[in-house]
Design a protein around this ligand. Structure first.
Ligand SMILES: [Zn+2]
Ligand SMILES: [Zn+2]
Length: 282
């Protein structure tokens, strides 16, 4: 086995292949800043920070990864498009809704990838297409070769990210914020309103993304992952476990101050954080 190549500031989108005989041939596409840690999480299950869809279906092999994205948002958008080619405007003409009979799920994913690398904005990025498992190597169709500035390579990779990730976290119950890649505890974990979207992020990370200059509390924004339009109030309600659970979920208690209370569990919500919709400029 060759020595892993060290890559700095790693943002990658990977393809998993299921080798469990019961689910053999299933694939999964995900985003990571550390492929070696991520594959361990997938194979350990959700308690280790793996995704629901991969949990209890392993073992999985991370067969290839595309890296070289300038930042997390760019990689997340790529991930979403690869997962949802039929919803991606840039790929609409290809009619990639269903896997054709003659193709396996895996071959289909590789074909979608080869198409994605040829259209903007991705065709302009300095991407590296890395086969982590040589025995899975698939040649791109000769007419669908990616732009010549992209690099094809194989072999393991070791990441060296500027922001250090605590090693202890890797072995314990660890969820990573998709925007900053730091540890995320369930207390400040925000998820998308689109139930098919796997966005998990710190409140503050998404708030930073949604805030426009001069604003103190975000009002709305688009999910960096799936483009769903999100109202900040709805996100917070979902986080408190009462989105769509009760009609008038956030109510103001009537002792005159501005404390916001969730009617579902009557839990006090911290006034100083992001829970108040301070639309009026203070
Ligand atoms: Zn974060
Ligand atoms: Zn989303």
């Amino acid at each position: 086995m060759s020595e892993p190549e060290t890559v700095e500031d790693f943002f990658g989108v990977y393809l998993l292949y299921c080798i469990n005989p019961k689910y053999k041939g299933r694939t999964y596409i995900g985003y990571t800043r550390d492929p070696n840690r991520r594959i361990m999480q997938h194979n350990r299950g959700t308690w280790a920070g793996g995704a629901h869809r991969t949990s209890k279906k392993g073992p999985w092999k991370m067969v290839m990864i595309v890296h070289g994205f300038p930042n997390n948002i760019s990689a997340l958008r790529f991930e979403w498009a690869w997962q949802n080619p039929n919803k991606t405007t840039r790929l609409q003409h290809l009619d990639l809704k269903k896997i054709p009979r003659k193709e396996t799920e895996f071959q289909f994913k590789i074909r979608v990838l080869s198409e994605m690398l040829r259209v903007g904005p991705w065709c302009r990025l300095p991407l590296v297409i890395r086969w982590l498992q040589k025995d899975f190597y698939q040649e791109f169709s000769p007419e669908r070769k990616p732009p010549s500035h992209m690099i094809f390579t194989d072999g393991p990779v070791k990441v060296k990210n500027l922001k250090k990730v605590d090693n202890d976290m890797a072995t314990t119950n660890f969820i990573e914020c998709l925007l900053c890649s730091d540890y995320l505890n369930s207390k400040d974990k925000l998820t998308c309103l689109n139930t098919n979207c796997e966005l998990v992020t710190h409140i503050t990370c998404l708030a930073d993304l949604f805030l426009t200059p001069g604003e103190f509390v975000p009002i709305e924004g688009k999910c960096p992952f799936c483009d769903t339009k999100l109202l900040w109030g709805d996100l917070i309600r979902k986080m408190k476990g009462c989105y769509q659970a009760a009609e008038n979920c956030l109510i103001v208690d009537n002792d005159g101050d501005d404390d916001v209370v969730c009617s579902q569990d009557r839990k006090f919500v911290d006034n100083e954080s992001w829970f108040l919709d301070c639309n009026d400029d203070l």
